[in-house]
Design a protein around this ligand. Structure first.
Ligand SMILES: C[S@@+](CC[C@H](N)C(=O)[O-])C[C@H]1O[C@@H](n2cnc3c(N)ncnc32)[C@H](O)[C@@H]1O
Length: 278
């Protein structure tokens, strides 16, 4: 059989992807250790004296962060859980602890400030900022926050251009698996990442935020984590947009199964803690 060459477009339809996978996203996320570790890190930014009204922007369906915050930070009055996907919100409602502090709002990050009943002390974008139209979302986050309110968000190494960073070995393993199957995926624009230290810091400054801290975190990841990660349809569709879901999942899982222990390196994440300037 001849080689199959596929051209990867970055502009796939996001809406369908997240709506369709809401259930699986919740089920499998709960088994992925790095999602719990990340939720833990975000919860550690919540200051019980300053953060009373909080928003989880792009909250998804697993409820991991929501439960983590509500269980650890009793003083919170409102936790606004915002997502544009109504499926994600519906599934999320079944995965969170029962609390009248939780308020679900269906909205885009680029258009949510007017839907809030009060000003916020903190906005958290847990593994979601990479999906937003950054400039518009930052304007909305600015409008929704009190003066000196906090905005915290993160990127994984696959969405952020870390300078002098050696790519995670899983990329080579996946490429090898594709090659074995005679499939070539051509990344247009050389697969350049949308976010870098330079552009994100300019966006933050231009939109009225000061940077309080930047944390580089390496999170250990097991083979099991990756297999659960690639059981989530929305993740597979993002990673392999041109393959059918079944084929994409098969390629990714075979690749993960072939990984050696040395290739299971921790994933690099960057966390930005920023504050609205007065
Ligand atoms: C990778 S998931 C992360 C979900 C959750 N924060 C977590 O860590 O489990 C991204 C979420 O952002 C939502 N999303 C994507 N683009 C959005 C937008 N422009 N506005 C609001 N939500 C968005 C998706 O529906 C999805 O639930």
């Amino acid at each position: 059989m001849g080689k199959i060459v596929l051209y990867k477009h970055q502009n796939i339809n996001q809406d369908e992807i997240w709506d369709e996978g809401a259930n699986e996203f919740a089920i499998y996320s709960k088994n992925i250790s790095f999602y719990h570790k990340i939720a833990n890190i975000f919860a550690s930014f919540v200051d019980i004296h300053r953060h009373i009204n909080i928003c989880d922007l792009g909250c998804g369906s697993s409820g991991i962060l929501i439960n983590e915050i509500l269980q650890k930070k009793e003083n919170i009055e409102n936790l606004f859980c915002i997502d544009y996907s109504s499926e994600m919100l519906d599934v999320c409602a079944n995965n969170v602890i029962s609390s009248n502090k939780i308020k679900f709002i269906q909205s885009r990050a680029e258009d949510f400030s007017k839907k809030l009943p009060c000003e916020l002390d903190m906005v958290i974008a847990d593994c979601s900022f990479w999906l937003f139209e950054a400039q518009k979302a930052l304007k909305e986050i600015y409008l929704s926050l009190k003066n000196e309110g906090d905005f915290v968000f993160n990127f994984a190494e696959w969405d952020f251009d870390f300078e002098n960073h050696t790519p995670h070995p899983k990329y080579k393993v996946v490429d090898d698996e594709l090659q074995k199957r005679n499939i070539e995926i051509v990344k247009e624009g050389g697969g350049k990442k949308k976010f870098s230290k330079k552009n994100i810091e300019k966006l933050l400054t231009d939109n009225g935020f000061s940077i309080i801290s930047i944390e580089n975190v390496y999170i250990e990841t097991s083979k099991e984590d990756w297999l659960y990660f690639y059981s989530i349809p929305s993740i597979v569709k993002r990673s392999m947009p041109l393959l059918t879901l079944d084929l994409g999942m098969d390629v990714l899982k075979s690749a993960i199964n072939s990984m050696t222990n040395e290739q299971l390196k921790p994933i690099r994440w960057i966390f930005y803690h920023t504050r609205k300037k007065q």
